[in-house]
Design a protein around this ligand. Structure first.
Ligand SMILES: Nc1ncnc2c1ncn2[C@@H]1O[C@H](COP(=O)(O)OP(=O)(O)OP(=O)(O)O)[C@@H](O)[C@H]1O
Ligand code: NI
Length: 339
């Protein structure tokens, strides 16, 4: 769905979230920019440690000591959220985490927890709240909802528990649902069911979704537009089809090559050697250069900014800087990334 013409629901600009530890400053999110439009699903993909969850938590106002949103802007419907202004939009943004067991309180029934969210966010109580809790459990595909609403989280299977967590998130009646690896802990069949569910809910409830995963295969199924994240930065952003047809950043190509089924059978999945470095210093070079098969001298000296490489498509890689030099004159006000 292309609704990029409308005002964004969420506009993240040059976001910087750091952790001040005793020995160093970890620049977990280092100059990230992207938008989410109403009803759209936007993905963030990258390996472990690239800064996806910190981005998600920053947006929800959930960063805790020693972390801090140090710079940049997070606007929701045009309102600035940074600087402690999350309360005004508390119920408008909801998050679903990877691990459904830690997202629920084991001592309360599932129904109680959903009703608590309904009371806080929609001022529903008593029978009305109970009926709505049952409706939500039905909406997320939990069979026999009128009975299961009185059960405890441990009585639910992993997949059912994640559905209940999604029902809890929906009880806030959010406009934006942030899903941080919502299916990673689930087996493949259940994972597919949850992804289908999110797609249905999105249409029914007119939700925008920010979908975070390390899995390119999952990204392909779920999102309209993708931001590829590496070491605190967005290194490529594009509509899903373009990213898969014509990836421009060597890191993106590496991630795509690791999708099962994209390589010949019997061949081992190619993986990118090494790990994501923890960004502690200001970027003065390409953070991917060490692992990049296509890097050259300048990659060690120049921090690549985003350049337009196609319609709605930009990449932060010096391989492309040359081709598009004439366009560097504009202020780089592209859809994503570090400047
Ligand atoms: N509370 C914290 N204190 C210090 N450093 C932190 C803290 N939380 C996250 N970090 C650091 O921030 C960086 C980004 O972490 P983040 O959890 O966002 O990665 P991720 O992309 O979500 O990875 P994963 O796929 O493993 O969930 C990492 O280097 C991590 O060590
Ligand atoms: Ni994470």
């Amino acid at each position: 769905m292309d609704r990029t013409g409308e005002d964004p629901l969420l506009a993240v600009e040059d976001l910087q979230t750091v952790f001040h530890t005793d020995k160093e400053t970890i620049r977990a999110v280092d100059g990230v920019s992207f938008d989410v439009h109403p009803g759209e699903t936007v993905g963030i993909v990258g390996e472990s440690g690239s800064g996806k969850s910190v981005t998600a938590r920053s947006i929800l106002g959930l960063i805790e000591e020693p972390g801090v949103v140090e710079a940049g802007s997070i606007r929701f419907r045009g309102d600035e959220l940074t600087g402690g202004n999350w309360d005004a939009h508390r119920g408008d943004l909801a998050i679903v985490f990877q691990d459904p067991i830690n997202s629920m309180n084991p001592v309360y029934t599932v129904g109680n927890q959903i009703r608590e969210a309904l009371r806080i966010h929609q001022d529903l109580r008593g029978t009305a709240a109970r009926e709505e809790a049952v409706r939500l459990l039905e909406a997320v595909g939990i069979p026999d909802a009128p009975r299961r609403v009185d059960e405890y989280p441990h009585q639910f299977s992993g997949g059912m528990r994640q559905r209940a967590v999604i029902a809890m998130a929906l009880a806030c009646d959010p406009d934006l649902l942030v899903c941080d690896e919502p299916t990673t802990a689930l087996d493949v069949t259940i994972q597919a069911q949850i992804l289908d569910l999110l797609e249905e809910l999105q249409a029914e409830e007119d939700l925008a979704i920010l979908f975070i995963t390390h899995d390119m295969g999952v990204i392909e199924e779920t999102t309209d537009r993708v931001n590829v994240m590496y070491a605190g930065e967005i290194v490529e952003t594009a509509p899903i089809d373009r990213l898969f047809e014509s990836p421009k950043h060597p890191y993106t190509r590496g991630l795509l090559a690791s999708i099962p089924g994209r390589t010949a059978r019997d061949e081992r999945l190619p993986t990118i050697e090494g790990e994501v470095p923890t960004p502690t210093e200001e970027a003065t070079a390409c953070r991917f250069a060490d692992r990049c098969a296509e890097s050259f001298d300048a990659c060690e000296r120049v921090h690549p900014g985003h350049v337009t490489v196609g319609p709605d498509h930009s990449a932060a890689c010096l391989l492309h800087e040359q081709e598009y030099e004439p366009e560097l004159g504009d202020d780089g006000d592209g859809p994503g990334g570090a400047r």
